[in-house]
Design a binder for this molecule. Structure first.
Ligand code: ZN
Length: 288
């Protein structure tokens, strides 16, 4: 099965009141680990990369690896570009084979955000690619995008409705109190706001900053309309910690195949836990 657009996948998730887990990967082993997690649990999967990772590995390498994942497993898998502010890079990724892109123009006023999103919608429509946009500002650090907590603005439900009418974007990431990175305390998620946005927006909603949100809060957010949950930081911590453990006990280890095995296993295990939390386990069959 080739890579697919995430539009249908996420619409079904929203209708079915579950979320698809979207994992930021940085290496081939991380990509393999989340794919194995999806295969073992028969879950739909979104593999995503930040702009930094696209620049680090190359969109063609990432698209080729994700294509192999989809072909080998026969699972519904989408390859998504996370938080991109650069129109040209979005086009480059679509040409390389990405089936979903996020245009993050949330730092601009409403009109400018809508105009930039609409421009991406035009090129994506021709390629059958899903588009995600953001309203409000998600706090924290995501690669080279840094949003101070005091600057993190929550999305306004009426503006969300107007934004959808204006752009027709497939998926919307409204800022609702989550942040990128690991939370210092309990995240202050505005569930009433999620409900108000979901009432006005029929499209799948995207939960950013999914690392470390308590299980019951994730479940509540998903039940209210969040149909995609992004997990980045937690995954790379699991990957790196497993490697650190190998070197702590065997400082002379020099075979990447050896220390990548526990790292891959740690990512796979965590990915399965997140899929359970999202409720997407076993949902691959309906998308085939
Ligand atoms: Zn994000």
């Amino acid at each position: 099965m080739p890579l697919i657009s995430s539009t249908d996948m996420l619409q079904r998730a929203r209708e079915g009141r579950y979320a698809v887990a979207a994992f930021n990967v940085h290496t081939l082993e991380m990509l393999q680990a989340v794919t194995e997690a999806a295969a073992e649990t028969q879950s739909p999967l979104i593999i995503q990369s930040t702009v930094g990772t696209v620049k680090h590995l190359g969109p063609d390498y990432l698209a080729a690896a994700a294509t192999v994942a989809a072909n080998r497993t026969g699972l519904p898998i989408a390859l998504h570009l996370d938080h991109c502010t650069d129109f040209n890079l979005i086009v480059k990724c679509i040409r390389a084979g990405y089936t979903s892109v996020m245009i993050d123009a949330s730092m601009h006023p409403f009109e400018e955000n809508a105009a930039r999103t609409s421009k991406v919608m035009e090129v994506a429509a021709a390629a059958g690619v899903n588009v995600e946009a953001e309203l409000g500002k998600v706090g924290g650090v995501e690669d080279d995008i840094v949003v101070d907590d005091r600057d993190a603005l929550l999305a306004d439900p009426d503006e969300c409705e107007a934004f959808m009418a204006r752009t027709g974007v497939h998926t919307l990431a409204p800022a609702i109190g989550t942040a990128h990175g690991i939370y210092k305390g309990t995240p202050n998620i505005d569930f009433k706001r999620i409900a108000a946005i979901a009432e006005r927006v029929a499209a799948p909603l995207v939960l950013h900053g999914g690392s470390g949100i308590p299980a019951e809060q994730v479940k509540l957010a998903v039940s209210l309309g969040m149909a995609k949950m992004n997990i980045a930081t937690e995954l790379r911590i699991a990957f790196s910690d497993a490697i650190k453990q190998v070197f702590a006990s065997r400082p002379d280890e020099n075979d990447p195949r050896t220390y990548m095995i526990p790292a891959k296993q740690a990512v796979k295990q965590l990915a399965i836990e997140k899929m359970q939390l999202c409720g997407c386990i076993g949902k691959a069959a309906q998308l085939r």
